[in-house]
Design a protein around this ligand. Structure first.
Ligand SMILES: [Zn+2]
Length: 71
């Protein structure tokens, strides 16, 4: 099973090994995160993670409604 590396900060897959892998740290091209800790998961797990994030965002919208009030 192929695993992908995911940024723990922004959940981007756009990671590369810093300095050609010499330091063993990863660099996120999306948010600029540099560190040896990254998430490692399969494509399926990644999809679940992203879907979970989107559900969280929808919950926030319910807690803090924007726009027209119904009363
Ligand atoms: Zn990132």
């Amino acid at each position: 099973m192929k695993r992908i590396l995911v940024c723990p900060v922004c959940k981007s897959k756009d990671l590369e090994l810093d300095a050609g892998g010499y330091t063993g740290k990863y660099y996120c091209k999306n948010c600029g995160y540099i560190g040896s800790y990254v998430l490692e998961m399969t494509e399926g797990e990644y999809r679940q993670l992203i879907e979970g994030e989107e559900i969280e965002k929808k919950k926030d919208d319910k807690i803090k409604p924007k726009g027209v009030r119904e009363d």
